[in-house]
Design a protein around this ligand. Structure first.
Ligand code: C2E
Ligand code: MG
Ligand code: MG
Ligand code: MG
Length: 285
């Protein structure tokens, strides 16, 4: 570091670190303090059936960091650093707790759709994770089907044996499992053979080009077939226009999530959106 930043061969104090490393340390310090102060918040994005009814099938919880100075910080800006510093355990614990508390509130209001939480590599390596989840469900009086867990291919690729065992335990407990960002990892097919999952969420990079690029459309269509053959439901993420939604319907895709249906939003806005939908489906008696 000393040579790189031009300080000669002096001792390596914090001032000898390059800017990137300094920024990383500052962020981690602030993130730890932010976790203590409860600065993580969740936005929620609905997932609906691909038909005229567009019935709400679930909502995905997406973490944001309400930073006192920087404002709302999105996950891509801090999750990678958090993971490399072993903070993901705490983050997921926090996210799960907020999601469970919110799920309880929604259920008490008659809104019973599952809430999906995204997992990271380290979560499935933690042997205590399934117990943590069941303790939370118990604490909030939730059935296991109230929570869905989303795992990416990269989560499955790292320490695959442990990940599969842990996922198997969670699914046996009754939680729903989804493979997230499907198609962007490396070994897409080998683990599908053994993976205990309920949903395949095709990455939005394919969905995005579905209407303009025949090759992307072919991938979307055949992934629907693959998911169904494996007994899973197919979810398209990142649906941004109704043309794509109609195309997905033609392909037999089960569920869709994306800006054309609803953008991720804070709890008040989402609750209003959900209640309005519920009202349409169940006329007031
Ligand atoms: P993801 O799980 O694939 O979540 C979907 C992302 O796509 C979200 O970005 C969402 O806001 C965005 N999105 C939804 N619909 C559309 C659309 O129609 N068009 C476009 N362009 N984007 C759309 P977000 O919230 O920034 O999250 C990014 C990623 O960060 C997530 O991707 C997930 O991998 C990760 N993440 C978010 N929350 C958590 C969390 O609590 N824990 C963990 N481990 N990861 C999380
Ligand atoms: Mg996700
Ligand atoms: Mg995704
Ligand atoms: Mg994604």
């Amino acid at each position: 570091y000393a040579a790189k930043s031009g300080h000669g061969a002096g001792p390596v104090f914090a001032t000898g670190l390059d800017d990137h490393a300094k920024a990383r340390l500052t962020m981690l310090e602030e993130l730890r303090a932010g976790l203590d102060r409860g600065e993580l918040v969740l936005h929620y994005q609905p997932k609906v059936t691909v038909d005229d009814e567009q019935r709400v099938d679930g909502v995905e919880a997406l973490v944001r960091w309400q930073h006192p100075v920087r404002g709302l910080v999105y996950p891509d800006a801090f999750l990678y650093t958090a993971e490399s510093a072993d903070l993901m355990g705490r983050i997921t614990e926090t996210v799960l707790e907020i999601a469970c508390r919110q799920s309880r509130r929604w259920r008490d209001q008659g809104l019973t759709m599952p809430v999906a939480v995204n997992l990271s590599v380290s979560n499935l390596r933690d042997p205590d994770f399934p117990e943590q989840v069941s303790a939370l469900l118990l604490r909030f009086g939730l059935p296991p089907g109230a929570i869905e867990l989303e795992v990416t291919e990269s989560v499955l690729m790292t320490d695959a044996d442990t990940a599969l065992i842990q996922l198997g335990r969670l699914r046996d407990m009754g939680l729903r499992i989804a493979v997230d960002d499907y198609g962007t990892g490396y070994s897409s097919l080998s683990y599908l053979r053994v993976l205990p999952a309920d949903e395949l969420k095709l990455d939005r990079s394919f969905v995005l080009r579905c209407g303009t690029d025949p090759r992307s459309a072919a991938i979307v269509q055949s992934t629907v077939g693959l998911a169904h053959s494996l007994g899973m439901r197919m979810v398209a993420e990142g649906v941004e226009d109704m043309e794509t939604f109609e195309q997905l319907r033609g392909f037999g895709c089960d569920l869709a999530q994306g800006y054309v249906i609803a953008r991720p939003a804070g709890v008040e806005a989402v609750t209003a959106w959900l209640s309005e939908r519920a009202g349409v489906q169940q006329p007031v008696r």
